[in-house]
Design a protein around this ligand. Structure first.
Ligand SMILES: Cc1cc2nc3c(=O)[nH]c(=O)nc-3n(C[C@H](O)[C@H](O)[C@H](O)COP(=O)(O)OP(=O)(O)OC[C@H]3O[C@@H](n4cnc5c(N)ncnc54)[C@H](O)[C@@H]3O)c2cc1C
Length: 406
């Protein structure tokens, strides 16, 4: 039960961060009968969890860092139109992440990371089906498959590596020709190369709407929301953990750090030096009644998904290394728009744009565990490109940790 103490409200569980990860954890624990509060300074679910491509990508076992990416890194960095860009003034602070990323891209590391990601991803689609039924959000989930286009013979041949890693990690994937792609999606332009088709992939047609449904469920379950920012954590007592916020102090038996790309200083305050940084991402939306594709289509060379959403097409992706404080770069949106027009020449003007922060680890494997110093502080962040996909699995792991530590 929530104890009312004027100076320091106390809770059983305190979740820091109201993105898909924090909300899914709060939802799961409240459903299990625990008393839960959540700290979030902005509207719930409006960070990366709003702006993504909406794929439940249980096929995404390939880490961002692989030998192929490592080989292409100079090209990717030097080409102004490439899907990867760097804000050079942030290089000094990025360097430790980049060095670790380089190491994690070596063959043995990449294979081991793919295996770890594959283990987390197995069952993600089924977990989302169950979760959406519980939330009352099933109408937003569609099992229509997903396509990954490799738009040259060379790129398609290089993707054999990805195909092998996917198969080895339990993913059902069909390697198909460019002509076969056009049978699935006749509005795409013809291209060279081929594609990977994931026939069982599921996607969400409106991530923002699903985040709102999450928020409604938390209200109905009686989860207390504190509209403030957590600044640091005092874990010196085994009994109760203190969270210092901007304007008040809160206490809880268990604290979950789920503040996405902003989790690093909070983890540091409990002695955890995690190599978390951000891969900034962008989206453009084009309003229309019927999007030109019927399932998410990823253009590997352009580094974005064209995702059909309710009443619009969302072009979402690309990676910009540049930290949390610099503003968005209009040129990156232009790169996205140019790529979208190459794929769909009939597009009109974009209706809106967005940019935000993926919480990214150099090995692409999220951090989901108790802190080493105090088992009552649990970390759940660093989901990179697959945080929507892994939200239910993460909530389940956190729930298991909470039960085991009780
Ligand atoms: C362009 C793009 C496309 C993507 N496509 C996909 C996709 O198709 N499929 C997929 O699975 N994933 C995708 N992702 C990744 C996915 O969106 C993220 O991994 C996921 O949303 C991360 O969720 P989160 O809850 O950790 O972070 P967020 O959604 O960013 O939430 C973190 C929350 O913490 C809050 N916060 C920050 N600091 C504090 C503090 N000090 N105190 C309290 N609260 C705080 C923030 O306000 C925010 O609401 C994509 C990401 C991008 C950018």
């Amino acid at each position: 039960m929530l104890k009312i103490d004027q100076k320091c409200p106390q809770h059983e569980i305190l979740v820091i961060g109201g993105g898909v990860i924090g909300m899914n954890i709060a939802f799961r624990l409240a459903k299990e009968g625990r008393e839960v509060a959540l700290i979030e300074p902005n509207d719930l679910g409006m960070g990366a969890s709003y702006g993504n491509a909406g794929t439940i990508s249980d096929y995404a076992t390939i880490p961002v860092g692989t030998p192929n990416v490592l080989r292409n890194l100079p090209n990717l960095f030097l080409n102004r139109n490439s899907p990867l860009s760097v804000r050079y003034r942030t290089l000094p602070s990025l360097l430790p992440w980049l060095l670790e990323f380089t190491y994690q891209s070596l063959p043995a590391q990449a294979e081991s990371n793919a295996e770890r990601i594959g283990r987390l991803l197995s069952g993600a689609s089924n977990m989302w089906q169950e979760l959406s039924a519980e939330l009352g959000a099933s109408q937003h989930l569609h099992k229509r498959g997903c396509l990954y286009l490799y738009e040259s013979e060379k790129a398609f041949a290089a993707a054999k590596y990805d195909e092998r890693l996917r198969r080895e990690n339990g993913v059902e994937v069909e390697a198909i020709t460019a002509q076969e792609v056009l049978v699935h999606e006749p509005n795409l332009q013809s291209f060279e190369g081929g594609a990977h088709y994931f026939p069982n992939a599921t996607s969400i047609d409106d991530p923002g709407a699903v985040m709102k449904i999450f928020a409604q469920n938390l209200a109905e379950l009686g989860v207390t929301i504190y509209p403030t920012s957590a600044v640091s954590i005092d874990d010196s007592s085994e009994k109760n953990v203190k969270v210092f916020c901007k304007d008040q102090t809160l206490e809880a038996s268990k604290v979950i750090i789920a503040a996405g790309a902003y989790s690093k200083p909070l983890a540091k305050s409990v002695g955890e030096n995690v190599r978390l940084d951000t891969e900034r991402g962008y989206h453009l939306e084009f309003d229309m009644d019927t999007p030109p594709v019927s399932r998410p289509v990823c253009s590997a060379k352009r580094g974005f998904y064209a995702s059909p959403m309710r009443g619009r097409l969302r072009i979402a992706g690309t990676v910009e290394l540049g930290g949390l404080s610099l503003p968005k770069v209009e040129r990156r949106l232009k790169v996205l728009e140019r790529g979208a027009r190459e794929m769909f020449p009939e597009l009109g003007e974009p209706s809106r744009s967005w940019f935000g922060f993926r919480p990214s680890m150099p090995d692409s494997v999220p951090v989901i565990r108790s802190s080493k110093r105090n088992k009552n502080v649990i970390m759940a962040f660093g989901h990179g490109h697959i945080g929507i996909t892994l939200a239910p699995a993460t909530a389940q792991i956190v729930s298991n940790i909470v039960s085991a530590n009780h």
